[in-house]
Write a protein that binds this ligand. Sequence first.
Ligand code: AMP
Length: 481
Amino acid sequence: MRELSFGEYLLSEELLEAIELIGFRSPTDVQSRVIPIVLEKKDVVVKSQTGSGKTAAFAIPICQMVSWEENKPQALVVAPTRELSLQIKEDFFNIGRFKRLKVSAIFGKAPFVNQVRELKQKTHVVVGTPGRIIDHLERGTLDTSQIKYLVVDEADEMMNMGFIEQLEAIISRLPNERMTMLFSATMPPDIRELCTEYMNSPEYIEVENQNSTLERICQERYNVEEEQKLELLRDITVIENPDSCIIFCSTKQKVDEVYQELHRYHYPCNKIHGGMEQIDRLKVMNDFKTGSFRYLIATDVAARGIDIDNVSLVINYDISRDKEGYLHRIGRTGRANKAGQAVTFVTLAENKRFEDIEQYIGFEIPVKDRPDKVNVGQMEQEFLKKISTTPELKESKGSKLSEGIIKLHINAGRKTKMRAVDIVGTLCNIKGMTAEDIGIINIMDISTFVEILNGKGEMVLEVLQKTPIKGRLRVVSKTDR
Ligand code: AMP
């Protein structure tokens, strides 16, 4: 079969170039089915798993369709968790990098005022969790008058988390003249109802990728007593010696307990659970993504939608609270067509629940014998060698996109009445610069950040040392903030 290419979708050069630099060669199944329909401005309901490339399936056409000139938000993406919101924001940012799209993420447990400030500036796409979106709507800090595209992502999870009423409240405040896209891994009746109620004759697309995801993941089960789990965990990690591994536990206490144990044995590890501060959670996820440690011990907070490449092993230290959760957890491995491995510990008490999972995925997961101690002993040296060497850091998806882009800091901001037009005016007066070379401008209280594209940053930096902006010379420096 002929391989599809993104070039067939009549996307702008700016988008095609970004997609290529991100490393997407050809559309995934869900993308090839969703992108053309969305570009025709039809509502869609898409049943597909996380890991199928669904984020780009809505982000690519939205980036294509939004107008850069409009200052108010044109697309709103509602997602169940903060982590997923940030992930989606990053994907939009990368895809829209050369179109210079501004994307804001708004979610709870993060300072409200900062989000208000961000939303006051030019923003093309807003991604957020339902509660915080409502807060902004109620306080009038999120202008929805220009919203033309609504995405509801992971709708089933949103239902599970009890967000249905909030979701309806959000939808009721959006313009009727809009497109709606809904993505969900499962399609329970209440989601179908939601679609009938709020969507305009949507096309239903079902992407049969569940099996292929499952087929790529080697799944195994170990029967174990609760008090032997720590020992089994150590043995399995020695034998499998993964490059990167997520260990899922049912509670934060368990996460702490497993973390302490692995830490004691000098595993390069860290933990994430809902009881941690948001800022710490983000840092942990980022460090895990870039590969600065190999073992992440997590509650289900980390199971949904989070895009981490190359997780070689998922261990369900406790089984997931529901059967869908099992798929989401193991879906952290075997992503983007790579092979993966998932191991589940099952106690006698969990037997029945595990059978439900097996029924759900449609096959029985083979039971493995506990690793032989002699084998474990033989593998120990190799294991110790790996955990004591620092892993090679992975490049982020956006890193290639940032080549040729320099961010400048100017020591003037809103308090000195600096506006985007002042910056653009000055920059466009510099010989060799056009509006196309100016990236995202962020005006804070006493600072302004501006991106200069196309390798012209150093030149602009030099010129601005001697060129006044809004009537005065400013301190301008390079920054990576
Ligand atoms: P998602 O289902 O959106 O979470 O995406 C799963 C993974 O697939 C992410 O790591 C994406 O960056 C990656 N991905 C998305 N689209 C493509 C594509 N066309 N080619 C290769 N990888 C992709």
